[in-house]
Write a protein that binds this ligand. Structure first.
Ligand code: NDP
Ligand code: X2W
Length: 345
């Protein structure tokens, strides 16, 4: 199947290409760039020379609709909402890596994204692509809202105990850390080497756009309104997210009992690895791969469960999950093109 990528020179796009160039059923036919049309992709990303032989192009909706069956949007927020409706109307499937179609509420979108939400019929049509939870809906999707990086790590960490009603859902505290590639390729003072090296920053406390996204999924699964405390941090590494989650247990059980529960919960999910014997995963153990690794500790003294969930923000947090979603939408094996061990060390 021929696909296109929009947002060609960004990190999400180059990570899509890394996996798609070895995908058995999908072929990248077009790369669209609004800043570098006419330039060879490998001139921007030299490491792809002699492997990716495509020249980037300007967007042309009619041509896209004639030449590809599916389009990945790896664009900043408030961009895809202007183009996706036209492609969907022409029968082209779209997978959006940005947040434009993730939230259901126009008011909440306006508050966190600072603009009007996409047209309502398309918001209603969009399926939230957390693969492990919404697989059946994803199979039917034409318009797929790929989850954010923090929400992916965090919701996968919480869902087993939330769904089994083992925690007080109003006590969820999330302490999350991300590498700098989460901010994309654009220049920003905040992530200059000298601002970031030997540094560790909390940011957007109480204001991050992933707060409503996490709350929307948890509330819909639990069938009650859930509010979370979420503090993101940026740390001096390139890739990786660690979400450390603290929840009050309704009843204490051993760490082993929770590991057993999580293993059963995710036994059909090829990309969630529940770590045994109390092992807590580190971000490097998923680096470059589509895995989400989860470690658990049930603290008998405080009655809390501590959940540590790690992903690579660019893979399971973005492009890898987008390909996993494409695989589900197309009825292909879920792991197609995504078989890879994390890179270590
Ligand atoms: N980085 C990450 O870890 C994650 C990113 N995401 C989301 O995925 C999307 C892509 O992220 P990422 O690749 O990191 O971001 P980048 O900033 O690296 O790339 C985005 C690309 O979009 C294009 N672009 C920028 N502005 C516009 C515009 N106004 N109109 C059209 N195209 C534009 C540019 O490519 P060109 O000039 O070639 O068109 C740019 O390189 C974002 O929405 C991001 O929030 C989601 C999860 C994790
Ligand atoms: C370090 C850094 O700035 N990270 C970004 C990651 C968010 C992201 O990519 O999110 P969306 O997919 O929802 O756009 C941030 O915290 O805003």
């Amino acid at each position: 199947m021929d696909v296109a990528i929009i947002g060609g020179t960004g990190y999400g796009a180059v990570e899509l290409l890394r996996f798609l160039q070895q995908h058995p059923y999908a072929n990248v036919k077009k790369i669209i760039s609004h800043s570098n049309s006419g330039t060879d992709f490998s001139d921007v990303y030299q490491h792809t020379v002699e492997v990716v032989e495509l020249q980037m192009e300007e967007i042309d909706i009619d041509q896209l609709a004639q030449e590809v069956e599916l389009v990945f949007f790896a664009t900043p927020s408030n961009v895809s909402k202007h183009t996706i409706p036209a492609l969907i109307d022409k029968g082209i499937k779209c997978i959006d890596l940005s947040g434009d179609f993730r939230l259901q509420s126009p008011e909440v979108y306006q508050q966190y994204y600072g603009e009007e939400i996409a047209p309502q019929p398309y918001i209603e049509k969009a399926v939230y692509g957390l693969c492990e939870t919404y697989r059946e809906n994803i199979q039917q999707a034409d318009l797929l809202a790929n989850p954010g990086c923090y929400p992916t790590a965090t919701t996968l960490g919480i869902l087993p105990v939330l769904e089994r009603d083992l925690i007080d859902p109003q006590t969820i505290l999330i302490d999350a850390k991300t590498g700098v590639s989460g901010a994309g390729r654009g220049l920003s003072l905040n992530v200059h080497f000298s601002e970031m090296n030997e540094n560790f920053k909390a940011y957007k406390i109480g204001q991050h756009k992933h707060i409503p996204e996490i709350e929307q999924t948890l509330s819909s699964v639990a069938n009650e309104t859930i509010q979370v405390t979420f503090t993101p941090h940026i740390v001096p590494m390139t890739r990786g997210i660690m979400s450390t989650i603290y929840v009050d247990l309704k009843e204490h059980q051993s760490t082993e009992a929770f590991i057993d529960l999580y293993e059963r919960f995710y036994q059909q999910d090829p990309f969630v690895r529940v770590r045994k014997n109390g092992v807590i995963p580190s971000t490097k153990e998923v680096w470059g791969s589509n895995y989400c690794d989860i470690g658990l500790y049930a603290d008998e003294r405080t009655g809390k469960l501590i959940i540590v969930s790690v992903i690579d923000n660019l893979v399971k947090g973005a492009s890898g999950q987008a390909i996993q979603n494409m695989n589900i939408m197309q009825g292909w094996e879920e792991t197609a093109g995504l078989h890879t061990l994390p890179i270590y060390p």
